[in-house]
Design a protein around this ligand. Structure first.
Ligand code: APR
Length: 237
Protein backbone atom coordinates (compact mmCIF):
# COMPACT_ATOMS: atom_id res chain seq x y z
CA UNK A 1 0.00 0.00 0.00
CA UNK A 2 1.47 3.40 -0.91
CA UNK A 3 0.58 5.36 2.19
CA UNK A 4 -0.13 8.98 1.33
CA UNK A 5 -1.83 10.47 4.43
CA UNK A 6 -1.00 9.08 7.86
CA UNK A 7 -2.66 10.37 11.03
CA UNK A 8 -1.05 9.43 14.33
CA UNK A 9 -2.73 9.88 17.73
CA UNK A 10 -0.27 9.84 20.62
CA UNK A 11 -0.68 9.65 24.38
CA UNK A 12 1.63 9.77 27.36
CA UNK A 13 3.00 6.29 26.61
CA UNK A 14 5.07 7.73 23.75
CA UNK A 15 6.90 9.99 26.27
CA UNK A 16 7.10 7.45 29.12
CA UNK A 17 10.60 6.24 28.22
CA UNK A 18 11.79 9.86 28.19
CA UNK A 19 10.93 9.95 31.87
CA UNK A 20 7.59 11.79 31.56
CA UNK A 21 4.95 10.27 33.86
CA UNK A 22 1.87 8.69 32.33
CA UNK A 23 -1.53 9.17 33.98
CA UNK A 24 -3.09 5.78 34.70
CA UNK A 25 -0.17 3.39 34.90
CA UNK A 26 1.26 2.36 38.26
CA UNK A 27 2.69 5.52 39.85
CA UNK A 28 0.93 7.64 37.23
CA UNK A 29 -0.10 11.26 37.76
CA UNK A 30 -3.71 10.37 38.60
CA UNK A 31 -2.51 7.96 41.26
CA UNK A 32 -0.83 10.93 43.01
CA UNK A 33 -3.31 13.74 42.36
CA UNK A 34 -7.09 13.92 42.16
CA UNK A 35 -7.70 15.25 38.64
CA UNK A 36 -10.65 17.29 40.00
CA UNK A 37 -8.24 19.37 42.08
CA UNK A 38 -5.67 20.16 39.37
CA UNK A 39 -7.23 19.52 35.94
CA UNK A 40 -10.70 21.06 36.02
CA UNK A 41 -11.93 24.69 35.83
CA UNK A 42 -13.62 24.15 39.21
CA UNK A 43 -10.32 23.04 40.76
CA UNK A 44 -8.57 26.13 39.37
CA UNK A 45 -11.31 28.42 40.65
CA UNK A 46 -11.16 27.00 44.17
CA UNK A 47 -7.37 26.73 44.49
CA UNK A 48 -5.43 28.42 41.66
CA UNK A 49 -2.21 28.25 43.67
CA UNK A 50 -2.33 24.44 43.83
CA UNK A 51 -3.03 24.22 40.08
CA UNK A 52 -0.22 26.64 39.21
CA UNK A 53 2.26 24.68 41.33
CA UNK A 54 1.11 21.36 39.77
CA UNK A 55 1.83 22.69 36.28
CA UNK A 56 4.92 24.68 37.32
CA UNK A 57 6.46 21.44 38.65
CA UNK A 58 5.68 19.55 35.42
CA UNK A 59 6.84 22.49 33.27
CA UNK A 60 10.14 22.85 35.16
CA UNK A 61 10.91 19.15 34.48
CA UNK A 62 10.57 19.54 30.68
CA UNK A 63 14.13 20.81 29.98
CA UNK A 64 15.52 17.76 31.79
CA UNK A 65 13.82 15.19 29.53
CA UNK A 66 14.77 14.38 25.96
CA UNK A 67 12.82 13.06 22.96
CA UNK A 68 13.19 9.28 22.72
CA UNK A 69 13.59 6.93 19.74
CA UNK A 70 9.83 6.87 19.18
CA UNK A 71 9.58 10.68 18.83
CA UNK A 72 12.61 10.69 16.53
CA UNK A 73 11.22 7.85 14.39
CA UNK A 74 7.89 9.67 13.97
CA UNK A 75 9.74 12.79 12.80
CA UNK A 76 11.66 10.66 10.28
CA UNK A 77 8.36 9.20 9.05
CA UNK A 78 6.99 12.72 8.52
CA UNK A 79 10.05 13.69 6.43
CA UNK A 80 9.98 10.47 4.35
CA UNK A 81 6.24 10.55 3.67
CA UNK A 82 6.37 14.25 2.79
CA UNK A 83 9.25 13.69 0.38
CA UNK A 84 7.07 11.16 -1.44
CA UNK A 85 4.19 13.64 -1.72
CA UNK A 86 2.15 12.56 1.26
CA UNK A 87 1.79 13.95 4.77
CA UNK A 88 1.81 12.92 8.40
CA UNK A 89 -0.34 14.61 11.06
CA UNK A 90 0.38 13.96 14.71
CA UNK A 91 -2.61 14.61 16.97
CA UNK A 92 -1.18 14.47 20.46
CA UNK A 93 -2.94 14.34 23.81
CA UNK A 94 0.42 15.17 25.38
CA UNK A 95 1.26 18.64 26.61
CA UNK A 96 5.03 18.11 26.51
CA UNK A 97 7.12 19.42 23.60
CA UNK A 98 8.95 16.18 22.81
CA UNK A 99 7.39 15.61 19.38
CA UNK A 100 8.64 19.04 18.25
CA UNK A 101 12.03 18.58 19.90
CA UNK A 102 12.26 15.18 18.20
CA UNK A 103 11.80 16.92 14.83
CA UNK A 104 8.07 16.58 14.09
CA UNK A 105 6.52 19.68 12.54
CA UNK A 106 2.84 18.92 11.85
CA UNK A 107 1.69 18.45 15.46
CA UNK A 108 -1.78 19.29 16.84
CA UNK A 109 -1.82 19.60 20.64
CA UNK A 110 -5.47 18.80 21.34
CA UNK A 111 -4.92 19.09 25.12
CA UNK A 112 -2.78 22.24 24.94
CA UNK A 113 0.89 22.78 25.77
CA UNK A 114 2.61 22.83 29.16
CA UNK A 115 5.17 25.39 27.96
CA UNK A 116 2.51 28.05 27.29
CA UNK A 117 0.05 30.21 29.23
CA UNK A 118 -3.28 31.64 28.08
CA UNK A 119 -4.81 34.87 29.35
CA UNK A 120 -8.43 34.60 30.47
CA UNK A 121 -8.79 38.35 29.85
CA UNK A 122 -7.40 38.78 26.30
CA UNK A 123 -6.91 35.13 25.20
CA UNK A 124 -3.24 35.75 24.34
CA UNK A 125 -1.27 32.47 24.23
CA UNK A 126 2.36 32.98 25.17
CA UNK A 127 5.48 30.95 25.99
CA UNK A 128 5.61 30.63 29.75
CA UNK A 129 9.24 31.00 30.80
CA UNK A 130 8.73 31.62 34.51
CA UNK A 131 6.74 29.77 37.18
CA UNK A 132 3.17 31.06 36.88
CA UNK A 133 1.17 32.30 39.86
CA UNK A 134 -2.05 34.16 40.44
CA UNK A 135 -0.03 37.41 40.39
CA UNK A 136 1.74 36.80 37.05
CA UNK A 137 0.91 39.63 34.62
CA UNK A 138 -0.20 39.07 31.04
CA UNK A 139 2.47 40.53 28.70
CA UNK A 140 -0.26 41.36 26.16
CA UNK A 141 -2.98 43.12 28.17
CA UNK A 142 -0.96 43.76 31.38
CA UNK A 143 -3.75 42.29 33.50
CA UNK A 144 -2.48 40.50 36.61
CA UNK A 145 -4.07 37.30 37.84
CA UNK A 146 -5.62 36.38 34.47
CA UNK A 147 -3.05 33.81 33.30
CA UNK A 148 -3.71 30.08 33.43
CA UNK A 149 -1.86 27.08 32.02
CA UNK A 150 -2.56 26.59 28.29
CA UNK A 151 -3.82 23.06 29.05
CA UNK A 152 -7.28 21.68 28.26
CA UNK A 153 -8.96 20.50 31.47
CA UNK A 154 -11.62 17.88 31.95
CA UNK A 155 -14.96 19.30 30.85
CA UNK A 156 -13.32 21.73 28.39
CA UNK A 157 -13.35 21.44 24.60
CA UNK A 158 -10.13 20.01 23.18
CA UNK A 159 -8.36 22.19 20.60
CA UNK A 160 -7.93 21.64 16.86
CA UNK A 161 -10.89 19.25 16.68
CA UNK A 162 -11.94 20.39 13.18
CA UNK A 163 -8.40 19.94 11.85
CA UNK A 164 -8.11 16.58 13.61
CA UNK A 165 -11.37 15.23 12.23
CA UNK A 166 -10.60 16.51 8.71
CA UNK A 167 -7.24 14.72 8.86
CA UNK A 168 -8.69 11.46 10.20
CA UNK A 169 -11.59 11.29 7.74
CA UNK A 170 -9.29 11.83 4.74
CA UNK A 171 -6.41 9.60 5.94
CA UNK A 172 -5.09 6.40 4.40
CA UNK A 173 -3.88 5.14 7.77
CA UNK A 174 -4.78 5.98 11.40
CA UNK A 175 -2.30 4.87 14.06
CA UNK A 176 -2.72 5.21 17.84
CA UNK A 177 0.45 5.15 19.94
CA UNK A 178 0.86 5.12 23.73
CA UNK A 179 -2.66 5.88 24.91
CA UNK A 180 -5.04 3.95 27.16
CA UNK A 181 -8.03 4.98 25.06
CA UNK A 182 -9.87 6.09 28.16
CA UNK A 183 -10.50 9.79 27.40
CA UNK A 184 -12.85 11.10 24.73
CA UNK A 185 -12.95 12.53 22.11
CA UNK A 186 -9.46 11.10 21.38
CA UNK A 187 -10.58 7.57 22.31
CA UNK A 188 -13.31 7.81 19.67
CA UNK A 189 -11.02 8.72 16.77
CA UNK A 190 -10.46 5.07 15.78
CA UNK A 191 -14.22 4.57 15.36
CA UNK A 192 -14.45 7.61 13.06
CA UNK A 193 -11.51 6.29 11.00
CA UNK A 194 -13.01 2.81 10.80
CA UNK A 195 -16.41 4.17 9.78
CA UNK A 196 -14.93 5.66 6.58
CA UNK A 197 -12.74 2.69 5.78
CA UNK A 198 -9.40 4.04 7.02
CA UNK A 199 -6.90 1.32 8.01
CA UNK A 200 -6.23 1.46 11.76
CA UNK A 201 -3.40 0.24 13.98
CA UNK A 202 -2.61 0.40 17.71
CA UNK A 203 0.99 0.51 18.97
CA UNK A 204 1.07 0.34 22.76
CA UNK A 205 2.74 -1.32 25.72
CA UNK A 206 -0.42 -3.37 26.26
CA UNK A 207 -3.92 -3.55 24.76
CA UNK A 208 -5.81 -0.31 25.40
CA UNK A 209 -9.49 -0.06 26.35
CA UNK A 210 -10.45 0.11 22.65
CA UNK A 211 -7.86 -2.33 21.29
CA UNK A 212 -10.67 -4.42 19.76
CA UNK A 213 -11.53 -1.53 17.42
CA UNK A 214 -8.17 -1.60 15.62
CA UNK A 215 -7.56 -3.75 12.53
CA UNK A 216 -3.90 -4.26 13.48
CA UNK A 217 -2.02 -4.10 16.77
CA UNK A 218 1.59 -4.33 17.98
CA UNK A 219 2.58 -4.30 21.64
CA UNK A 220 5.82 -3.42 23.35
CA UNK A 221 7.81 -0.36 24.52
CA UNK A 222 7.37 2.58 22.13
CA UNK A 223 11.11 3.04 21.70
CA UNK A 224 11.25 -0.49 20.23
CA UNK A 225 8.00 -0.95 18.28
CA UNK A 226 7.65 2.58 16.84
CA UNK A 227 11.05 2.71 15.06
CA UNK A 228 10.46 -0.84 13.74
CA UNK A 229 7.01 0.16 12.46
CA UNK A 230 8.37 3.33 10.82
CA UNK A 231 11.12 1.33 9.07
CA UNK A 232 8.50 -1.10 7.75
CA UNK A 233 6.31 1.75 6.42
CA UNK A 234 9.26 3.52 4.80
CA UNK A 235 10.41 0.27 3.15
CA UNK A 236 6.94 -0.17 1.59
CA UNK A 237 6.93 3.34 0.09
N1 APR B 1 5.56 2.38 25.42
C1 APR B 1 4.32 2.32 24.87
N2 APR B 1 3.17 2.51 25.58
C2 APR B 1 3.30 2.76 26.89
C3 APR B 1 4.56 2.85 27.54
C4 APR B 1 5.72 2.64 26.73
N3 APR B 1 6.95 2.69 27.26
N4 APR B 1 4.35 3.09 28.86
C5 APR B 1 3.02 3.18 29.02
N5 APR B 1 2.39 2.96 27.86
C6 APR B 1 0.94 2.97 27.60
C7 APR B 1 0.13 2.36 28.71
O1 APR B 1 -0.01 0.95 28.50
C8 APR B 1 -1.21 3.10 28.57
O2 APR B 1 -2.07 2.39 27.68
O3 APR B 1 0.53 4.32 27.50
C9 APR B 1 -0.82 4.43 27.95
C10 APR B 1 -0.90 5.58 28.94
O4 APR B 1 -2.26 5.72 29.28
P1 APR B 1 -2.69 6.93 30.23
O5 APR B 1 -1.79 6.96 31.41
O6 APR B 1 -4.17 6.82 30.43
O7 APR B 1 -2.35 8.24 29.39
P2 APR B 1 -3.13 8.82 28.14
O8 APR B 1 -3.79 7.73 27.36
O9 APR B 1 -2.17 9.70 27.41
O10 APR B 1 -4.26 9.73 28.84
C11 APR B 1 -5.11 10.46 27.97
O11 APR B 1 -6.07 11.56 29.90
O12 APR B 1 -5.82 12.57 31.93
C12 APR B 1 -5.98 12.80 30.59
O13 APR B 1 -5.28 14.76 29.55
C13 APR B 1 -4.81 13.55 30.06
O14 APR B 1 -3.95 13.46 27.81
C14 APR B 1 -4.29 12.66 28.93
C15 APR B 1 -5.47 11.76 28.63
Amino acid sequence: MVTKKIVILTGSGVSAESGVATFRDQGGIWTQYDYRDVATPEGFASNPGLVHSFYNDRRSALPNVEPNAAHIALAKLEREVESSGGNVTIITQNVDDLHERGGSVNVLHMHGELSKSICTNCNAIRKCNVPMSIETMCSECSRSGSLRPYVVWFGEMPRFMDEAMDAILSADFFVSIGTSGSVYPAAGFVSHAHAVGVATMELNLEPSENAHLFSDTQYGPATEIVPDWVEAVVRQM
